[in-house]
Design a binder for this molecule. Structure first.
Ligand SMILES: [Zn+2]
Length: 347
């Protein structure tokens, strides 16, 4: 697995490189003003050499840290490593066990504080970020005793999650309340989703472009057509075949053609108590596909829009991989921070 290797920063013991700019003013010339040996918490480095400099312009002094170090006791590498342990879902006890195996004493409160700060940083970085095409998909994550519904919003330009909401994807009103401010903050103009009816309502209400993931559509339509093929009279089999072809090429004129096919089919309805006949089911399918057809083809006129929601599903996969090792998050706050970090760090 590449996660740990991935983004852990380098830690240098010392640097001969001089500072580029004074942290207080615009000054660019400095005098060396002594040095200190700073003990640090890290898995490999025990202490680092830090030079002090005096700005020739404003006369103030400051410490210039080697790469991977800050004024904090821990190096950037350890800080991110501890956050990763937490994101992976390790318990307090397991985390301190691993760290003490590395001869590092780091209180869990410090880790928790760093996790919160990092999640805030991600949130700030994402706020007001331009996101034209947003992928939305629901998932269930274990938290406080049972599976909790979450809705994940992914920037389909980068594949990174923008936010995670405590929202059930079957509740259009809740999605609208949650999504409306996001649409304004990020300038979202198209959503990509699977074909739940709630997303259709959301796109209409918020006047967003809509692309329905074609993997989902092909799966359920393919299955339905296969079943109907066994049951309808032979003289109508060509209709099934034509629907298949229309879906295959996603002809922009498909909607009108489906409507015309629907008109050709015999329209007799079975009695109220009888189950719908195969021909009625075929008629219903034609109506539904004709009505939703434009949401299948958005990607054809908008080059930034993908024709599937795969990137969103991948982000959720990363989040779930972390959640699996965890015996459940304890609060919504923790769950949101954890899912966001898990979805972001592995990109
Ligand atoms: Zn200065």
């Amino acid at each position: 697995m590449s996660i740990v290797v991935l983004k852990l920063p380098n830690v240098k013991r010392k640097t001969e490189e001089r500072p580029k700019q004074c942290p207080y003013c615009e000054g660019t010339t400095f005098q060396r003003w002594g040095q200190v040996n700073k003990p640090v918490k890290d898995m490999r480095v025990r202490n680092v050499k830090v030079y002090r400099y005096r700005c020739c312009h404003c006369k103030r002094t400051f410490r210039h840290y080697p790469e991977g170090n800050t004024s904090a006791d821990q190096t950037e590498r350890l800080r991110l490593f501890a956050i990763l342990l937490w994101t992976l879902g390790l318990s307090h006890r397991a985390s301190s066990l691993i760290l003490s195996g590395l001869k590092i004493m780091l209180s869990f409160m410090t880790i928790w504080r760093d996790v919160q700060a990092e999640a805030q940083k991600t949130k700030r970085r994402n706020q007001w970020k331009r996101v034209r095409v947003l992928g939305l998909d629901g998932a269930y994550v274990l938290g406080w005793g049972e599976k909790q519904p979450v809705l994940v919003a992914v920037d389909l330009g980068t594949g990174e999650p923008i936010t995670v909401g405590y929202i059930n994807e079957y509740d259009p009103q809740a999605i609208i309340r949650w999504l409306r401010p996001l649409v304004q903050e990020h300038g979202i103009s198209v959503i990509v989703t699977d074909d739940l009816s709630s997303y259709k309502m959301v796109a209409e209400k918020l006047q967003l472009g809509h692309q329905v993931c074609q993997f989902h559509v092909r799966r359920w339509v393919g299955k339905t057509l296969k079943e109907l093929q066994e049951k309808i009279p032979k003289e109508w089999l060509w209709v099934v075949e034509e629907v298949r072809q229309l879906l295959d090429v996603l002809d922009p004129q498909g909607s009108q053609r489906l409507h015309a096919l629907w008109k050709q089919l015999p329209g007799r309805r079975s009695g109220q108590n009888k189950s719908r006949s195969a021909m009625e089911q075929l008629r219903d399918l034609l109506v539904r596909l004709s009505r939703d057809w434009h949401t299948y083809c958005t990607f054809q006129s908008e080059p930034e829009v993908p024709w599937t929601n795969n990137a969103t599903e991948r982000a959720i996969g990363r989040m779930k991989m972390r959640a699996r090792t965890l015996r459940g998050y304890k609060s919504w706050h923790g769950m949101q921070a954890g899912l966001m970090l898990a979805g972001t760090y592995t990109g």
